[in-house]
Design a protein around this ligand. Structure first.
Ligand SMILES: Cc1cc2nc3c(=O)[nH]c(=O)nc-3n(C[C@H](O)[C@H](O)[C@H](O)COP(=O)(O)OP(=O)(O)OC[C@H]3O[C@@H](n4cnc5c(N)ncnc54)[C@H](O)[C@@H]3O)c2cc1C
Length: 301
C-alpha cells in the first residue's frame, strides 16, 4: 500500500577539517592539530547520506531538509546541499553549542528535529572523519525514540508498512525491514554522490546566513542595505535559517561543553615525515627487494 502523505527526510551533515591529509605543518608543538589550518570539507559519508536521501526523493517523492550544527562557516555545506537538491537547510549555531561531545551534539540535533516536526527518515553518515566516533547517529535515534539501521547501503523498497534496507557488514550484506520513522547511518560504499548541478549553483549563489550579509553587500553594493538584502533573499528562499539555543526547547545544561561528560584531553596524530618514506623502483627487482624487507621486518609472511 503506497505511503499516504508526502515523505519528509532529514539529513544530518557536518563540516569537518580535512584530516585525510594531515602534514607536519598542521601539528602544533604540543601534538594537537591546528584544525583551522586544514581546509573545511563536507564530511565524506554525509555526502553518501545526502545522496541516499536524494535518490529516495527521486523514487518516492517528498521533501528533504538538511540540518547541521557548527560554526557559521558551516553554511558552506548547507549551500552545497541546496545545490545538490535539498529543499530546506538549517544551521544550528550558538556559542552555547561549542565544545560538544557526542552526547551534547546528539541532544542538540534531537531538539532541532523536534522543532522541524513530522519526518519519516533521518539520514546521517556512519562516521565523521574528525571525531571518528560513529556515535552521533545511534545517539540521535535513541533520543528520538526511533529504530535505527546502521551501515545502510541502499533502500530496497518503501511503502506504508515501512522500508527494507540493505546494510553492509564484514561478511556480506543483510536485508532489514523497519517501520517509519527511523534513522539510517550510511556507509561510504553506498553510492556515488551526484555532483552539484550548475543551474542550482547559479540559483543558490546568494544563499546566505545573516552573518554573511556584510560580505555579500561588499560584493554587491547595489542591494543597498542588509534589510533590503534580507528581503531579497527571503523572498527567493535564499536566506539560510539559523537556529540558536533560544530557538529550541532545550535544557541548556545539556548543551556544549557544559553538557559533555567527555572532553578531548589531547590528540596525538601520527604524521609520516618524508624521511620515513622510501622510493621503490617499479621493477621486478624493486618489488622483490620490498617483499624481502617486509618479510625481514615480520610485516608479512
Ligand atoms: C579527535 C577527536 C576525538 C573525539 N573523541 C570523542 C569521544 O571519544 N567521545 C565524544 O563524545 N566526543 C568526542 N569528540 C567530540 C566529537 O567529535 C563531537 O562531539 C562531534 O560533534 C560529534 O562526534 P563525531 O565527530 O565523532 O561524529 P560521528 O558520531 O562520527 O558522526 C556521525 C554522523 O553524525 C552526524 N553528525 C555528527 N556531528 C554533527 C554535527 N555537528 N551536525 C550535524 N550532523 C552531525 C553526521 O551525519 C555524521 O556523519 C572527539 C573530537 C575529536 C576531534
Amino acid at each position: 500500500m503506497p505511503h499516504t502523505r508526502p515523505y519528509h527526510s532529514i539529513v544530518l551533515v557536518k563540516q569537518v577539517p580535512d584530516t585525510r591529509n594531515v602534514t607536519g605543518e598542521v601539528m602544533t608543538k604540543d601534538g594537537t592539530m591546528n584544525r583551522s589550518a586544514l581546509p573545511a570539507i563536507f564530511n565524506p559519508e554525509d555526502l553518501n547520506a545526502l545522496e541516499m536521501a536524494l535518490d529516495f526523493k527521486d523514487r518516492h517523492g517528498g521533501t528533504l531538509t538538511v540540518l547541521s550544527m557548527g560554526p557559521l562557516q558551516a553554511a558552506e555545506v548547507l549551500r552545497d546541499s541546496l545545490c545538490r537538491g535539498a529543499d530546506q537547510v538549517i544551521l544550528l549555531s550558538d556559542r552555547k553549542f561549542a565544545g560538544a561531545d557526542t552526547q551534547a551534539t546528539s541532544y542538540t540535533l534531537k531538539c532541532a528535529i523536534d522543532k522541524i516536526g513530522p519526518y519519516d527518515l533521518v539520514f546521517c553518515g556512519r562516521q565523521a572523519i574528525d571525531g571518528d566516533t560513529a556515535q552521533v547517529g545511534p545517539q540521535v535515534a535513541e533520543k528520538l525514540g526511533v529504530p535505527q539501521i546502521t551501515y545502510a547501503e541502499s533502500i530496497i523498497e518503501a511503502d506504508e508498512a515501512g522500508i527494507v534496507v540493505q546494510r553492509a557488514f564484514d561478511l556480506g550484506t543483510e536485508l532489514v525491514k523497519c517501520t517509519l520513522p527511523c534513522l539510517l547511518t550510511v556507509v561510504g560504499s553506498a553510492n556515488q554522490p551526484r555532483p552539484a548541478s550548475a543551474r542550482k549553483r547559479i540559483e543558490y549563489k546568494l544563499a546566505a546566513v545573516p552573518a554573511e550579509y556584510p560580505g555579500l553587500l561588499q560584493k554587491w553594493p547595489e542591494f543597498g542595505s542588509e534589510e533590503l538584502l534580507d528581503k531579497h533573499l527571503t523572498e527567493r528562499n535564499l536566506k539560510i535559517t539559523v537556529w540558536s539555543a533560544a530557538d529550541l526547547k532545550v535544557d541548556e545544561s545539556q548543551l556544549g561543553l557544559a553538557g559533555s561528560p567527555t572532553q578531548v584531553h589531547k590528540v596525538s596524530y601520527v604524521v609520516l615525515e618524508t624521511s620515513e618514506s622510501k622510493d621503490i623502483p617499479a621493477t621486478p627487482e624493486g618489488v622483490q627487494a620490498l617483499i624481502q624487507e617486509l618479510i625481514k621486518e615480520y610485516i608479512v609472511g
